[in-house]
Design a protein around this ligand. Sequence first.
Ligand code: SAM
Length: 277
Amino acid sequence: MRESVKINRENWNLWAQSWSERYGREEQIQAILQNPSGVWDPAIWKMIQSALPSMEGKRICIPSSGDNHAAFAFASMGAQVTSCDISVCQLENARRIAQRHGWSITFVEADTMELAGVPSDTYDLVFTSNGVHVWIEDLPAMYRSIARVMKPGGAYIAYEIHPFQRPFDERTEGACLRVIKPYDATGPFVDDGVKFHWRLEDILNAMACAGLQLTCLREIPARVDDEEPFWQPANQNNENDHAGSREEIEKMYDWRHNPLAALPQFLGVQAQKPLAP
Ligand SMILES: C[S@@+](CC[C@H](N)C(=O)[O-])C[C@H]1O[C@@H](n2cnc3c(N)ncnc32)[C@H](O)[C@@H]1O
């Protein structure tokens, strides 16, 4: 196992409890049950609908599944879901929620760069949510694995932080952008784990080399009504503190006040595994 994966796995096992207290609360799970498509940005939901007009019986694999909100939403809509993560503690917390709700989700402890134990040519959809690429040391290996498990003709959809946000300090003062690193400084960055800031070309070329064909690319603005604001008003950048008046938060989405809002915040990518010749 790669050293970066060992370190990140250990950290994620330690963080799983607080992650579950933050994202595994019963009221959040009930909200998913009432409105499963609400877990995705509308642009991503459109991609999902175009790939899978009906979920019933469709096979969906979710590598680096984290909080598993996507897994719960897909399962509640009738899909057969395989949820993969390197953290057994993250998987265990999600398994408990799935059992409570009677969702038959298969949980697999697997590194997204290998997806060992996940069958080949099987999935109608592979979906990765935001905060996945940053932990991945070898993007070509990740996309070779994703392409392997997809059915011929199957779809891959990713929702991810837009790489253009990476070079800037997220605390903008006096409506000025402050550059903290060049765009092509991709890491590894070692602080709380081993992280990578991949560029658009790194992600798209890794997909292309794995034989996936791009069908749609969306550059998506954050929405002020997202469950967690993308930006915090000044002095409130503490991740445990989402306070700030509605007016202060709305100002953060105006590029005249916060220049980072002039850049896309999220990326949506849809690709297809070609049908066998
Ligand atoms: C920030 S979460 C993002 C996932 C999901 N979008 C979410 O919001 O919860 C990152 C997850 O990726 C997992 N992870 C990190 N590196 C991984 C790897 N190489 N293979 C599989 N999972 C990995 C972590 O254990 C964690 O559960």
